[in-house]
Write a protein that binds this ligand. Structure first.
Ligand SMILES: Cc1cc2nc3c(=O)[nH]c(=O)nc-3n(C[C@H](O)[C@H](O)[C@H](O)COP(=O)(O)OP(=O)(O)OC[C@H]3O[C@@H](n4cnc5c(N)ncnc54)[C@H](O)[C@@H]3O)c2cc1C
Length: 425
């Protein structure tokens, strides 16, 4: 058994857990973080604040902050009702500054949502996009002459599908399927990205793409232009091709997951965070001055004493909530979960129900400082805070609010616990 001591134990390694570990370490607190693969490995890399509101009308938003203001006014249970705009933007700025320093820059549209192409040939509103993807918004808006490049052997990304759907309103959009130089058979974005670390491979790729360019001013590639060297690979491809190059997210597992994981592994380590990668917290025992956790995996076990904790374990996907026959409970502290009283109301006959499922809003109830509540409405522990999808009252999938909500709530949770630890000395 390995003994560890820290100020803050972060439980979860999705966007909320990564943000909480980062913010706590930046405030000079000692941090241990545990978690296995989360949404971070599957996401597009877009940072949504609010893309759709009201959800029932599926109204896509160009002005996310107007939507957030309406949401706050309409639903006091939504986590955004306990955050002001500065909490969300300060959190996102700290998060993206950190990622930029690791090589992953982001771009926005001066507080408005960007509209970007997706691999399905639809479009999506998001608050910030990876800088390698953001020029796709300008190409789309200007309906500029553009070539979409897809590859033999890369599943889930079809230039033809993109041009057939987006091309209805974008006549200057064309596509070409090419062979990736030096790789054959089934292709994976991660292998392609690693191959492009070699400038000679980029030159070979540019040679293969160039004959298809015609009058294109933009070239859209599936997201695979490098890992943490993506800014340099994209710049080099632009130089070689003489057009603006942008990436379009691919279906999971996407390269952005690999990039984010690498950026957090390197950057959080640099800030002194002790990460227990691919380990789960198995037991949690609160005490008046903090917590005692046991965490581990197949080989090692850890006993961790922490003065405070952030619960960022997600919902069903992250395994932060477990469903029993007639109940739902939070998995680490066995906290009560807000959900419809009648289990029959947890389900819908239609799997991809347009209005979502009632279970999509389940989660722990929380106070103004994002402390989870007991059944009687009192905080479970004065130094346990929660962040991200584990919180009740929101439907990030339909609202398109996933990462913004995860980062904003982590920001406020860590600010509050840092103050409380500072006051305790
Ligand atoms: C396919 C997909 C696409 C997405 N696309 C976007 C997008 O385009 N834009 C956007 O803004 N957001 C997107 N998201 C959402 C985003 O990635 C996050 O899922 C969301 O923001 C919630 O993050 P979270 O950290 O709260 O939860 P999760 O991502 O679910 O992470 C929960 C974490 O908790 C860990 N955990 C659970 N139990 C324990 C335990 N006992 N001990 C230790 N760790 C534990 C899990 O291992 C996991 O690491 C997408 C998500 C998915 C899945």
């Amino acid at each position: 058994m390995i003994e560890l001591k820290c100020d803050v134990m972060v439980i979860g390694a999705g966007h909320a857990g990564m943000a909480a570990a980062l913010f706590a370490a930046q405030r000079g607190l000692s941090v241990v973080q545990a978690g296995t693969t989360g949404g971070i490995d599957f996401g597009s890399g877009f940072i949504d604040v609010l893309g759709v509101h009201p959800v029932a009308e599926k109204r896509e938003l160009d002005e996310p902050w107007q939507g957030v203001a309406s949401l706050r006014a309409e639903s006091s249970e939504h986590p955004y009702a306990r955050l002001n705009r500065d909490d969300i933007t300060d959190g996102i700025n700290a998060f993206t500054d950190f990622l930029t320093a690791q090589g992953l820059a982001f771009q926005g549209n001066e507080g408005r949502n960007l509209r970007l192409p997706t691999p399905a040939g639809t479009t999506k509103r998001t608050y910030l996009a990876p800088a390698t993807m953001a020029p796709g918004a300008t190409a789309l808006r200007e309906k500029a002459p553009c070539l979409i490049v897809s590859f033999d052997g890369l599943k889930g990304f079809s230039g033809r599908q993109l041009t057939e759907t987006l091309g209805k309103n974008w006549p200057a959009l064309r596509s070409a399927i090419i062979t990736f130089p030096g790789l054959d058979g089934e292709l994976y974005p991660e292998h392609m990205a690693n191959a492009l670390a070699d400038p000679a491979r980029r030159k070979a790729l540019a040679e293969t793409v160039r004959p298809h360019l015609g009058d294109a001013r933009y070239a859209g590639f599936p997201a695979m232009l490098g890992v943490l060297d993506c800014a340099e690979v994209t710049r080099h491809m632009e130089e070689l091709l003489g057009v603006t190059v942008f990436e379009i997210p691919t279906l999971p597992p996407p390269i952005m997951g690999v990039r984010l994981r690498a950026a957090f592994d390197r950057g959080l380590h640099g800030l002194g965070v002790r990460t227990l990668s691919q380990k789960t917290v198995m037991t949690a025992r609160p005490s008046p001055d903090g917590f005692r956790f046991r965490a581990g995996g197949a080989r090692e076990e850890y006993a961790i004493s922490a003065r405070a904790a952030v619960l960022a374990t997600g919902r069903f996907f992250g395994k932060g909530i477990r469903q029993q026959t007639h109940d739902m409970r939070e998995t680490v502290f066995d906290l009560p979960v807000a959900r419809p009283a009648d289990p029959d109301d947890w389900y819908d006959d239609v799997f991809f129900s347009q209005n979502g499922h009632p279970a999509d809003r389940c989660g722990v109830l929380f106070d103004d400082d994002f402390r989870p509540l007991n059944d009687d409405g009192t905080p479970f522990h004065h130094r346990l805070h929660a962040a991200g999808a584990i919180l009740s009252g929101h439907d990030w999938i339909r609202e398109k609010s996933g990462t913004g909500l995860a980062v904003g709530t982590a920001w406020k949770a860590v600010n509050t616990l840092a103050k409380s630890l500072g006051e305790a000395g």
